[in-house]
Design a protein around this ligand. Structure first.
Ligand code: HEC
Ligand code: HEC
Length: 226
């Protein structure tokens, strides 16, 4: 398998995380057959002109999990993707294809016999990023939401934006209106070493937070207008 370093367990990993990482890698390698998403995919994606009609066709495959309007599953398991930043979508899809982000369902979209090509990825990202924004529909219980708002303004807004709208050029995701359960899980996965594409500095930032901080910031974000 390519890029085995990306799947190396972190030094601090507990037995449990090592096992989880090994399982995720085993799943990933079983599905990573097609070599369409090669390392130069990031560079190639920048030079592809988006065909939104094809993007709309490809989106039919996403609806089963992300919903017909891209709001996700509503239970916090599948994220809202409608109106996510274009480059964020492109990069995350390629990351799944490069085994830098682990999820069997998403990795099966970008590997195997009917995998999306780089052109398809750019096309579907163009279509999805232009969908009307819609919230993930899953929030926390409100207990730490005000504390989360304060924390977000102090530590996160300078990259994710004052309204958590994200930044296309910096490939920083929009977080506003994202589902609570999903946000919490991503931050937890990043800290536990289960999301290899997360920048190490970002992992350190999240690691320095308490569980109440993470719950609060996820709750606050999930309540923002998408
Ligand atoms: C079988 C269910 C399923 C299908 C089909 C599916 N997804 Fe996903 N998608 C998921 C799940 C679950 C996650 C969260 C995975 C994780 O935790 O990394 C996800 C995550 C994503 C993310 C990352 C979002 C973020 O904020 O980082 C993007 C982008 C995405 N999907 C786009 C798509 C597109 C585009 C399609 C269609 C081509 C698609 N998905 C098809 C289930 C699915
Ligand atoms: C220095 C810039 C920067 C700062 C500060 C920052 N982030 Fe991020 N964040 C990013 C980038 C870039 C990504 C995308 C990482 C990737 O490629 O997977 C990201 C990803 C995320 C994700 C995953 C979103 C998804 O759709 O899967 C969450 C959640 C998140 N950040 C929360 C936070 C929180 C909470 C804070 C403040 C405590 C914060 N970030 C501070 C740049 C930043």
């Amino acid at each position: 398998m390519k890029l085995s370093t990306a799947t190396k367990a972190p030094r601090h990993a507990t037995g449990w995380t090592v096992l989880a990482a090994a399982l995720a890698t085993a799943f990933a390698s079983a599905t990573l057959q097609a070599e369409e998403i090669t390392l130069d995919a990031y560079g190639r994606a920048l030079h592809v002109r988006a065909d939104v009609m094809n993007g709309q066709r490809q989106f039919q495959r996403c609806k089963a999990c992300h919903g017909p309007d891209g709001h996700g599953s509503g239970d916090g398991l599948v994220p809202a993707i409608a109106a996510q930043q274009f480059r964020v979508i492109v990069w995350q899809l390629i990351d799944y294809g490069q085994n830098k982000r682990w999820d069997v369902r998403m990795q099966s979209m970008v590997s195997g016999h009917d995998a999306l090509s780089v052109q398809d990825i750019v096309d579907v990202a163009a279509f999805v990023s232009d969908l009307p924004p819609v919230a993930g529909g899953n929030t926390g219980n409100g207990q730490y939401a005000a504390h989360g708002a304060d924390l977000f303004r102090r530590s996160c807004a300078r990259c994710h934006g004052a309204d958590a709208q994200g930044d296309d050029m910096q490939r920083t995701p929009k977080l506003a209106g994202q589902s609570y359960g999903y946000l919490l899980r991503q931050m937890h996965d990043a800290v536990e070493g289960r999301r290899p594409n997360f920048p190490p500095s970002h992992i350190r930032r999240l690691k320095s937070l308490e569980w109440n901080d993470l719950q609060g910031v996820a709750d606050y974000l999930s309540r923002l207008p998408p």
